[in-house]
Design a protein around this ligand. Sequence first.
Ligand code: NAP
Length: 453
Amino acid sequence: MPVAVAIVGAGPAGFYTAEALLEVLPDVRIDIIERLATPFGLIRAGVAPDHQSTKLVSRRFEQTALQDVVHFYGNVPVGEAVSLSELRSFYDAIVLAVGAGIDRPLGIPGENLEGVYGSALFVGWYNGHPDFRDLQPRLATSSAIVIGNGNVALDVARVLVKSPAEMVSSDLPDYAAAAIAASGIRDVHIVGRRTAADVKFTAAELREIGQLAECETVIDPADLAVPVSAADTRDRRLREKNLAILRGLAAGPHGGKPKRLHFRFNLTPVAIEGGDTVEAMLFRRTHPRDQGSQERLCCGLVVAAIGYRASPLDGIPFSASRGLYPNDDGRVAPSVYAVGWAKRGPSGVIGSNRPDGEVCAAQIAADAAARPFGPAKPGRKALERVLSERRVRTITFDDWQKIDAAEVAGARHPAPRRKFTTLGEMLSVLADRGRRDVSGDDAKRSTPMMQDR
Ligand code: NAP
């Protein structure tokens, strides 16, 4: 009897799970259900627009999506279009691959002032995520602060200081390119609450900062004279490598470039100050030499890149403090599994999701073998029935391929694509193609037209 699996979320964690399920379960039906019209999650909406090589992994996911037993249902928000409890009644197993899309709050006064954004919003904005395309961040300032010493903070800082010429090969949407080019940002302060030995940047991303065309790096060499204390050798090596790169950046060359990226350490956020809009940020100095004194940095923009949490889902236990669904190596509840950031929080790189998918697939296969899932579940038949009754305009993988082709065709060389950032734009591509292809094969494959969501 086939095992019917619903994977909620079409990002890397979801696709790696689908790939692993195809390996271990010979008779599986996999439905990937995605809130957005587009697949690939953070590959499209999180990975920086100037890091196109990282996005190439989507080609691998495409091969999985094109398997006969795998169906993609885009534009289907679970909790609205279909409930999780309905999915549990339709499928033998549900995999939560929903990521962690909500910004962790700084929890300090002033964080709701205009000009202060979490990185989920800000990164979503410059990546053309439909939820955040209208953010209109306040960029009319000479000085910005990015809180956090992780790769997201580095992405945000780099995108803010790169020149238009450096972004021509990216898929930065036109509105974001224009807003960043028109901003007066000259100084970006990237601020960590711990020492330079505690940064979480990866070496390749940190090195890239030394190659920016219009921006030089400012670091106080005294901040780099820190002991490296790490329990395991690998961690020690990574910390030493980062410190060596930071020393290289601190050494310069300096002078001649119009923008500056300041790396600051040992500064814990205390408050964000201003009238209606942000004007400055107050920090407590945590280096022993500073004896807890405070420092104020003037700025007109703050982006907090301090991590994310998942959203609660009906009927599923949720840990508010950890921002994830408590689980035993991925097992959340009977027949419900979690992978990726929904399982372990926002850590690791794209490839870290692969072992999650393998573990989850093995668990589903073991559970199916040990305790046959009972009477056959209707799977996609039931899903399609409720979506049709509710007039949900689902996006199939075939639809996505048409949208993808139109984005690629619309790009100005050497950009890889010109992203559509609203559902309406994507649906009009399908309507156009539908008209053009009406006598061809595509007409037979096309999804019945349902009410636009
Ligand atoms: P991250 O690596 O965990 O970094 C979060 C940063 O925020 C840390 O420096 C943390 O400091 C700081 N922080 C947390 N709470 C804070 C607070 N209340 N006040 C001040 N600072 C605070 O997370 P991320 O940058 O969001 O990245 C998420 C994951 O995606 C990471 O695994 C990252 O490597 C990955 N990623 C990878 C790439 C890439 O490979 N190119 C790009 C983007 C993201 P403490 O260390 O003191 O907690």
